[in-house]
Design a binder for this molecule. Sequence first.
Ligand code: F6P
Length: 366
Amino acid sequence: MAEAAIKKIGILTGGGDCPDLNAVIRAAVKTAIIQYGWKVIGIEDGFEGLLKEGKTRPLLYDYVKGLLSRGGTILGSSNRGNPFEYKFREGGKIVTEDRSSVLMDNLRSQEIDALVVIGGDGTLSIALRLSKMGVRVVGVPKTIDNDLAATDVTFGFDTAINTATEAIDKIRTTGESHHRVMIVEVMGRYTGWIALQAGIASGGDIILIPEIPFNMDKICEVINERIKSGRNATIIVVAEGAKPDGGDVSVRMVVEDSHDPIRLGGIGDMVAHEISLKTNLETRVTVLGHIQRGGIPSAFDRILATRLGVSAVDLLAAGGYGKMVCLHATHIEAVAIEDAVSQLKKIPPDGEVVKAAQSIGVSFGK
Ligand code: F6P
């Protein structure tokens, strides 16, 4: 039997937010309405919105006006709400239940024919499972961390590195006034893309990334060498996932009911403590945190997000279910979600960008 034509699609954003989720929503809504005459339903708080009452609403053309420059997501987002392993508290304990049938019923009752799912690993893994159950779904990858192997760049990353660069520029001036070692801890999970790019862009002296485990003695040696040659301030940009040679990552907290429960953080303080002990130099730490996820998206991110939103809807119309749009070189392409999720894109330690930084005197603490 021929598949029924798509008349109404649902859009949701899942996982940690990032700049320009709204631009993807705007582009997808406009394309669905203008090009295909489809209706669009906005689903609130990721997949949670399909598991609870009253968490969907029509997205009309006029509702997505003025969204290009707005950070966050108008639909809300959540790291929770995995329909296949729905976690909730009962009698002080966390209980897990499969609620995928609730989600399927909801799709049917709201006559949602297909889904555009905007998210990272966790959200796209759920999209993949739904696709295997026959739901017509396409994915749009997002993360400020830029750590997905299936796409050259993720939208949100450019804005995040601009925010981090501006912050480090400011921290440099106070560090120079006081002849201090200034440590800036940035996000990025288990990869160092934000640290590397923002570190280079802001002229960081030492950049610590997970892909190149560091040595504390080496870091102190670099700082002392700088002082000997009259450079009394040192800027260290450290990725939250960086770790000492032979050591492990620093864990800030564990979010038990999240798809990926580990939250990294604290490595900046650890490095600062060691430097103070070994060199007696005044050291200060700034953790940039969620400031990197907010704010006005860069022009690059607005354009990339728009192209991805348009392509996601075109992909649905072309029957490319179970696929995800991505950027390869200068083109937007589609890859199977199955091949895309959970493949981490790491920085090659001997790659050209790391070498370029080393050539201009940047140390990676090794
Ligand atoms: O994946 C995006 C990200 O911002 C990471 O860089 C960071 O480790 C994590 O999310 C923080 O998560 P949360 O918002 O749950 O603290």
